[in-house]
Design a protein around this ligand. Structure first.
Ligand code: HEC
Length: 162
């Protein structure tokens, strides 16, 4: 009885080792296959991300074009020069706050007597400088037409209709 038992044991052990190594081999194979399989998945994800980026890039220029088209219409400037943009960049430093006693953009009272001088005078003074205001507000790279557009926008934002 005990002899048979030990014989059976050794058979079972052998079978166990064989089956065990089969299972181990299966696990290794499955693991190896699984390691391979995640690779294509990120590629798909990457493609999606790239596509989304492309889609964003497609949308952005459209929005920019829209802004560029609206601004000149809104300010009523001639041509493609945006007086508002020029003024915000080069003139608002003083004129948005009334710094150095400059006529404040939007302050109709301060602008009324200046607007009364006429567009030419205003533009001329802005180009050449007036009082403590430097010529062209200090940015001599601006063209006369750009300064004029800024003057028109500033004056029209302050009760004028140049
Ligand atoms: C450094 C500050 C400063 C900047 C920048 C500046 N200005 Fe002035 N501006 C003044 C001051 C101060 C006055 C008032 C001058 C005076 O009447 O003695 C003035 C006056 C003016 C007037 C009225 C002129 C008149 O005949 O009464 C206009 C128009 C004007 N600025 C346009 C502009 C434009 C356009 C820009 C930008 C391109 C600009 N300014 C940038 C300070 C500035």
């Amino acid at each position: 009885m005990s002899k048979e038992n030990s014989h059976l044991k050794s058979i079972l052990e052998t079978v166990g080792v064989v089956v065990g190594s089969f299972i181990f081999a299966m696990i290794v194979i499955v693991a190896a296959t699984k390691k391979d399989s995640p690779e294509p998945t990120p590629k798909v994800v990457q493609n999606t991300v790239v596509e989304e980026k492309v889609a964003e890039a497609d949308v952005k220029p459209v929005a920019e074009v829209k802004v560029a088209q609206v601004t000149p219409e809104k300010t009523g400037d001639s041509g493609s020069i945006s007086g508002e943009k020029i003024a915000q960049k080069n003139c608002a430093l003083c004129h948005s706050s009334g710094m150095m006693n400059s006529p404040k953009i939007g302050d109709k009272e301060q602008w009324a007597p200046r607007i009364a001088q006429g567009k030419e005078m205003l533009v001329n003074n802005a180009i050449k400088g007036i009082g403590v205001m430097p010529a062209k507000g200090g940015n001599t790279s601006l063209s006369d037409a750009e300064v004029a557009a800024a003057v028109v926008w500033m004056a029209n934002s302050s009760g004028g209709s140049l």
